[in-house]
Each structure stands twice: as C-alpha cells, then as structure tokens.
Design a protein around this ligand. Sequence first.
Ligand SMILES: Nc1ncnc2c1ncn2[C@@H]1O[C@H](COP(=O)(O)OP(=O)(O)OP(=O)(O)O)[C@@H](O)[C@H]1O
Ligand SMILES: [Mg+2]
Length: 226
Amino acid sequence: MEAIIRLKNIKKRIASEEILKGIDLEISEGEFVSIVGASGSGKSSLLYIMGLLDKPSEGEVFFERKKIINLQDKELAYLRNRKIGFVFQFHYLVQELSVLDNIILPALKSGLSQTESRKRALELLERLGLKGKENRKPYQISGGEMQRAAIARALINKPKLILADEPTGNLDSTNTQKVMEIFKEINENGTTIVMVTHELDLAKQTKRIVEVRDGVIVKQEFLQPS
Ligand SMILES: Nc1ncnc2c1ncn2[C@@H]1O[C@H](COP(=O)(O)OP(=O)(O)OP(=O)(O)O)[C@@H](O)[C@H]1O
Ligand SMILES: [Mg+2]
C-alpha cells in the first residue's frame, strides 16, 4: 500500500526544549494506527505535524509523496480541508450553530453545494445515531453526542485520513466503544486513521500501536497483517 504520510527524522523544538527528537514514521493507506505514550511525550505535537497544522523544526514531511515544505499555504489548506479530518479531544463545535450546521460547515467551506452538503450531513447523522438531534445546539446534546457530531464533521468531506487526538477522552465506556466501532467501520471502508490514546484497551483494537516516549518512538507493534 502507498504511504499517505511519511515523516523523516522529524524534530520539533519549542524554546530551548526538544519535544520531538527524530521521528521516522510512515502511515500507509488503509492503516488504523494508534499512538500511545505518557502525558507530555509528544503525541499531540506529532499529530499536529502529521495533520499539516504545524511544521517541524527539522526533518521532512511527505503527504501523498508531496514534500510539504515546498507547498504554499493555499495548497496546505487545501490538503487539510479536503484530505484530512480532525477529531480533537475537545470537540470545538460552534455553540451558536445547530448540530447540522456544524457538520455542514467544512463542506460549504470546501465549495460543496448546500443541497449536497445537507444530504451528506443527514446521512452521517443517521449513521452516527444522531438522527433527530440535527436542530439542537451543541450545549443541548450529551458529551457522547457532541463527540459523534465532531466525528460527523470530520467525515463530511470524505477525507482519506482521519487524525484523532484522544477522541474518547471524555466519554464513558459505552460511548467510547461506540466511537471505536464507528472508527473501525470507517477504516474497513478505506479511510486511514491515526488515533492518539492513552488507553491500551483501545490501542489494542487498532492495527498498529506506536509508542512514543520523550519525543522518540520506542516501540511498534503490528496487531494483524495489513
Ligand atoms: N506550544 C508549546 N509551547 C511549549 N511547550 C509545548 C507546547 N506544546 C507542547 N509543549 C510541550 O511539549 C511536550 C509534548 O507535548 P504534547 O502536547 O505533544 O504531549 P502529549 O503526549 O500529547 O501529552 P498529553 O497526553 O498530556 O496530551 C510537553 O512537554 C509540552 O509541555
Ligand atoms: Mg496530547
């Protein structure tokens, strides 16, 4: 399988601290990778670099064979909007907008028509068990529902790659497992997923575990042939 993302000797320095110390990592199409490690080990920083949200101090990032350093901001924004879906630990839904409008927003931003955006959003709402909640505001639904709304929003542009940072961080075990089942289904359907988690139980449900310690990858485990 072709690599979606390739990181070569990535280093990240903030002030005088080196928080990533030479990361080599390749994510192939169709993979479901979890990134585990202690708090402060560099997981989020790594995910932001993979998501083209942040630039490394040293090293090279390739997205679908394109060298990121050579791209203009416009091209970067295009890749981020069209090809990558982000799910953050805190969902960042817009409180003033309905659930439906939150989900539709990235589709409209990327130029999809109102009609097609609505159609896709309604399909996703149904698939994620949010039917009937579309006209509520984020503060009028539960935490689990917010998380699923955030996942719907991440999926609306049919990204090739989902990057999720502790997507179940503030969910109970039932909703956590629901989110995991959704991720597995999306992955079976061809979407590549990289998920940061500190729960080993969840990591074990993915296809590869990457362990980060103090800005270095210390261990990798493939859980099934891919
Ligand atoms: N903008 C920043 N300025 C200064 N230090 C930062 C910044 N962002 C991250 N760091 C530091 O870099 C290290 C790695 O942070 P990072 O957020 O990547 O850790 P993490 O593995 O995601 O932790 P957690 O599990 O708590 O989310 C930490 O020591 C953190 O304090
Ligand atoms: Mg983090």
